[in-house]
Design a protein around this ligand. Sequence first.
Ligand code: NDP
Length: 284
Amino acid sequence: MTTIYGIFGWPVAHSLSPAMHNAAFHALDMDSVYVPFAVPPEQLKGALQALVALDIRGVNLTLPHKHNVLPLLDEIEPSAQLIGAVNCVSNVKGRLLGSNTDAPGLVHALLSEGIEIKNKQVTMVGAGGAARAAIVGLAEAGASTINLLARRIDQAKHLVMDLQTHIQTQLIPHDLQTVDINIIQRTELLIQASSATLHNSHEAQTLIKQLHVTSINPAAVIVDLAYGPHGTPLTRAAKAQGLAALDGMGMLLHQGVLAFERWTNERAPLDAMKAQLPGFSSAL
Ligand code: NDP
């Protein structure tokens, strides 16, 4: 019988995950299918119950469900608990187990490009859900310091208060508008985790100016968690300065690889999955 997996989101039609996972099943000749399910927020509980009723073995969660799902699961992995978000649910004999593959997905994406994390000075832009996952992932991978830049300093301070006692990496909150330019210029790894660069907007151009991309340390690597078929305004601006830059497609790929391997216990066919991501480039 065909085994079913899927993704819950609202909206969900834009998701690249069905193409990626279905290509993986095809490559491994597995009788499995991955289906996008448009689940409105008020139906999340019922949709999770349906996983058990219909023996759907696993789902990814995307906006707006990653946080709201926490009280609805039977078990949550400690790092997902710390991040406060679950993007991967496994149905193990009727028990729903939540994990977060975004954080290790980012780490795998960086390491697979030869980008080192251990003992690095990191600058992180944004203090929302993606930043939180990225901080936990980079801390587990041994980053020495993360300067956290947010347009609302209270949001950055709140994140530091929540996370600092649980991780070794030193977290330092800053106001994005008034941050000392030396911090950005000396950074070894800059992670853009705000939603400012999704489109080539005035917001994106303002952020590029605030980050002084034209005078960043030439040895730095710029990673934007947003992604698109032609990179993002930030990765394009960074590359134009000769900087190494990567968008978030690698993170998307590797969170999918980790979810696939969790659900199936099979080694994921990386190249087949990567081939479904339009414009994927290793960009360095
Ligand atoms: P959230 O809404 O949780 O957080 C967004 C953050 O960006 C907030 O801190 C927000 O501040 C800040 N922000 C928004 N606009 C600006 C701006 N113009 N200047 C400075 N800061 C700004 O979103 P997520 O954390 O979930 O997502 C952030 C990005 O990460 C998105 O581009 C998303 O696509 C990407 N992402 C990529 C993934 C991948 O697999 N590659 C996985 C998950 C996310 P404020 O609260 O003040 O608005």
